[in-house]
Design a protein around this ligand. Structure first.
Ligand code: SF4
Length: 257
């Protein structure tokens, strides 16, 4: 059970507009792209490392997609090469040709359990004998991974509230699992939404179950605001009076207590 008052405070936090968030988030670029589904796939799967580097890499990748040319060996986002991204885009194109859309690929493997569906979706995009790059880009819940980046993709394409895109119409947002990045995990731990110290698929399920109490129809609604508390430096890695005193979550935060 969420402690008294926390659900209301989380809802208020999620609904509070903050113009700084989209400027620092790959979603800001995805929203401007012509092919938003492809942009969402690239933006979410490249969302590792610092926010500025992610946006820089995504902008380069989207320019190549728009121009219809491969990224090739000259592109690199940390250890992911342009060849890895080209392979991912080829696989996404094949999936669209076979299933009509990426949503079609997802639904084909959907037995009602989001973890299973995501596992099969990632497997379908990886294809047979995937290289190291595709395996990293497309982690699977079955391996225990928290799957932050694939879940971020799902949040963007399934949810239509807030800044999300709502491109997929046949997946219920109530089923989403929260994409647990380092900031969301830390804040969730401090709020007592999980007692697990490492982000894993089980941790993501536990945090989502707690957030579902605040919004059963849309548990991923809180992700954007919580993640940006960390990204924007409003919630530091260790409590700081200058940040914590004005923090709307302070009454429930174990780190501050
Ligand atoms: S009280 Fe401080 S440490 Fe806790 S969530 Fe708020 S900013 Fe973060």
């Amino acid at each position: 059970m969420l402690p008294e008052g926390l659900a209301d405070r989380l809802r208020a936090l999620a609904d509070r507009p903050d113009g700084r968030r989209l400027d620092r988030d790959p979603l800001g670029l995805v929203r401007q792209a012509r092919d938003k589904e492809t942009a969402a796939l690239l933006g979410a799967l490249l969302a590792f490392g610092n926010a500025r580097a992610i946006r820089r890499s995504l902008a380069i990748a989207l320019e190549a997609v728009d121009a219809g040319r491969p990224l090739g060996r000259r592109f690199r986002h940390r250890w992911i090469s342009g060849t890895d991204i080209d392979r991912l885009l080829d696989r996404a194109g094949e999936a669209r040709a076979r299933h009509g859309s990426l949503e079609g690929l997802f639904l084909e493997g959907d037995d009602g359990d989001l973890g299973h569906a995501l596992d099969r979706f990632a497997g379908g995009l990886r294809g047979p004998r995937p290289g190291k790059g595709l395996r990293f880009l497309l982690p699977r819940p079955g391996d225990g991974s928290a799957c932050k980046r694939p879940l971020l993709f799902l949040r963007w394409v399934v949810r239509s509230g807030g800044e999300d895109l709502g491109l997929w119409k046949r997946v219920d947002p109530a089923r989403l699992v929260v994409p647990l990045d380092t900031h969301v995990h830390r804040i969730a731990y401090w709020l007592g939404l999980t007692s697990r110290k490492t982000p894993s698929w089980r941790t993501a399920i536990e945090v989502t179950a707690a957030l579902r109490e605040a919004d059963p129809a849309d548990p991923a609604r809180f992700d954007f605001a919580l993640a940006h508390m960390g990204i924007l430096g409003d919630c530091p890695r260790s409590p700081l009076p200058s940040k914590c005193r004005p923090c709307p979550l302070r009454p429930w935060c174990r780190a501050w207590a």
